[in-house]
Design a protein around this ligand. Structure first.
Ligand SMILES: Cc1cc2nc3c(=O)[nH]c(=O)nc-3n(C[C@H](O)[C@H](O)[C@H](O)COP(=O)(O)OP(=O)(O)OC[C@H]3O[C@@H](n4cnc5c(N)ncnc54)[C@H](O)[C@@H]3O)c2cc1C
Length: 405
């Protein structure tokens, strides 16, 4: 078992055996599960809890994402939860006493067509009304902020301008997971790796325990935070989720001198690029269109992503690829997450963050913890209830905003 655990100094020493019973069990030791555990323990005094992770901490999407953090979403409900999350990010390095390299270097969302421009300007207006920092930049201002970007008019999709959120940025994702895990652990939470949940024990429609590959655990409450596998777990618990799992890929280049000062995203040609603290160029693609649970994707997606990157950043033509990888993201029909109560009593579900849940890590953990501790959703996650797929009160960020990541 130990050979499955990565050689990380912080976590080699801890992998407790599960106790027979907990007040709450969180399924999934990614960012959202760990953040939920931390906020439950730190803000709600619930410490007799366990995070069950079938692999190793942050072995899922948490340490596979491209780390973009922003809150410039179109609709009021999204702006509220993502902005709350961004405010939590701003306080977290101090609160968790861990420097996870949170860098507010701004994010640009490029516009390449008249329709893009109209949508983007509308979104800047909506963001400002919601108290989210947002600016509209013309092509010259884009060039000024990010000199390596190609703003000439003779490329396939010329840059006509961009939205810009100065408070947005990046953080080191695996460090964020360790930061939440260490604090939760300090507060008494059991973080148990190599522990796969294989079923649920119910008394009528109330969950009373989980079955795992390390035995049965009795529990008062269960939270599903298993991005990519949410619908599989829901099925085991006896309900369906309107979720599809897709591979999502990213890549990094070899290390380079600092050339890229901000984060640039283009939904139109579908690439987004930042430069990590060490110097790698970090680039993400669009989702692979087929459903799947493999942490890998198709090569043509990477090819298209590279073509888009080189067109926008001609100097990248000389950069060497270091590695590519994939994660499994769970996507809802309206590209917004589900955070709230499950149709099984005392069970809670957090999923559907799709390609953009890293930025939502603290917000998801904070609202999940509130919902689990009080038994009712917070005003911030109330609109993200599963019921919206029955009532039709969708929060359609997919069609309405530059939504990826
Ligand atoms: C390539 C890529 C790029 C991305 N880029 C961005 C970005 O730039 N910005 C952004 O905001 N978001 C981004 N995302 C999305 C973001 O990573 C996810 O939305 C977010 O990480 C999901 O929450 P999590 O961290 O808890 O998920 P995960 O880390 O995937 O955690 C879920 C955990 O559940 C565990 N699990 C599953 N089944 C079981 C079981 N039966 N029993 C026990 N444990 C189980 C898994 O092993 C996994 O560790 C990206 C994702 C990918 C793949």
């Amino acid at each position: 078992m130990a050979d499955l655990l990565p050689e990380h100094p912080d976590f080699l020493w801890r992998n407790p055996d599960p106790k027979p019973s907990y007040d709450a069990v969180i399924v999934g030791g990614g960012g959202h599960g760990l953040a939920t555990a931390y906020y439950l323990a730190a803000h709600h005094g619930m410490t007799n809890i366990a995070v069950l992770e079938r692999g190793w901490l942050a072995g899922g999407n948490m340490a596979r994402n491209t780390t973009i953090i922003r809150s410039n979403y179109l609709w009021d409900e999204s702006a509220a939860i993502y902005e709350h999350s961004l405010k939590l990010w701003e306080a977290l390095p101090e609160e968790l006493e861990y420097d996870f390299l949170f860098s507010q270097r701004g994010v640009m969302n490029l516009a390449h067509t008249l329709q893009d421009v109209r949508e983007s300007v509308r979104r800047v207006g909506a963001n400002k009304l919601n108290g989210v920092d947002a600016e509209w930049l013309d092509a010259d201002q884009v060039k000024e902020l990010c000199p390596i970007i190609n703003v000439s008019e003779d490329i396939r999709y010329p840059v006509l301008g961009a939205t810009y959120q100065p408070r947005a940025g990046i953080a080191k994702h695996d460090h964020v997971a360790w930061a939440f895990a260490r604090k939760a652990d300090e507060l008494g939470v059991d973080i148990i790796q190599n522990c796969e949940v294989t079923g649920f024990i119910k008394d009528g429609n109330r969950v009373v325990g989980v079955k795992t590959n390390r035995g049965t655990i009795n529990t008062g409450k269960v939270a599903l935070c298993a991005a990519g596998h949410s619908s599989v777990l829901a099925k085991l618990a006896g309900f369906d989720l309107p979720i599809q799992s897709h591979p999502l890929q990213a890549l990094v280049s070899e290390l380079h001198e600092k050339v890229h000062p901000t984060v640039v995203m283009s939904n139109h040609v579908h690439v987004y690029v930042s430069q990590a603290h060490k110097g790698e160029l970090v680039m993400g693609a669009g989702i692979d269109s087929y459903n799947g649970y493999g942490q890998r994707g198709a090569f043509h997606v990477i090819e298209e992503q590279m073509a888009a990157a080189v067109e926008l950043f001609p100097i990248f033509a000389r950069a060497h690829l270091l590695r590519t990888w994939g994660g499994i993201v769970d996507v809802t029909l309206d590209a917004s997450p589900i955070v709230g109560k499950a149709p099984v009593e005392n069970m809670y579900v957090n999923c559907g963050w799709g390609t953009g849940g890293f930025k939502g890590t603290p917000g998801a953990g904070w609202t999940m913890a509130h919902t689990i501790a009080t038994g009712e959703p917070h005003a911030l996650n109330l609109p993200f209830a599963l019921e919206r797929f029955e009532t039709g009160a969708l929060i359609d960020e997919h069609g309405a905003a530059a939504v990826a990541h």
